[in-house]
Every structure is written in C-alpha cells, then in structure tokens.
Write a protein that binds this ligand. Structure first.
Ligand SMILES: [Zn+2]
Length: 99
C-alpha cells in the first residue's frame, strides 16, 4: 500500500463523525454541536487520535499550499509566454495591414 492510500483511509472514523457536525466547515475545536468533540467527550473517540488528525490536516494544508504555489508559478510563466505570443501576433497583423 502506498503512502497516499494510507493517508486517505487513516481517519475515516473521524471523517464519518465530521459529517454529523452542525457546521460543514467545522474545525472540531470549539464549535457547538460538534460530533467529533462529542465523541471524544463520550470516549468513543480517542482524544489523541483527534490530535493526530489535526496534525494530518495541517500537513495536508501545507502540501496543498505547496501545490497551489507551483500551479501559480506555472500559470504566470504560461501567461508570460502567451503575452509574448499575442504581442508578436498583433505586431504581425499590424505589419501586414500597414503594407
Ligand atoms: Zn466538528
């Protein structure tokens, strides 16, 4: 099993609980009617497990930001190339028209 498969399936229990939270964007830290916190309070979920879930989420966000940054850099480079191309094309069009 690869690392990704491990990560994806690692917190299915918490993710299942998270669906029961009152808020869709619940951070499971202090929200009212948080199903995850309730599960910890009722000892159906290990508090340490929730901690490692938070760590995992943080890491995931970090990775996502990295990917976003790379995508943004690529996008900029692409636009730069495209800009040059348009300039050249416009230049060519005007040259042809001028003749
Ligand atoms: Zn929650």
């Amino acid at each position: 099993m690869g690392v990704e498969a491990d990560l994806e399936g690692a917190f299915t229990d918490i993710e299942a609980l998270a669906k029961e939270c009152r808020f869709n964007n619940c951070s499971h830290t202090s929200e009212p009617d948080c199903a995850v916190l309730q599960a910890v309070a009722m000892n159906t979920l290990d508090g340490k497990r929730l901690e490692s879930y938070f760590k995992f989420q943080k890491e995931l966000r970090f990775l996502e930001t990295k990917v976003d940054e790379n995508a943004a850099i690529e996008q900029r480079q692409h636009e730069k190339k495209l800009g040059k191309y348009y300039k050249q094309t416009l230049h060519d069009i005007y040259e042809i028209k001028g003749k």
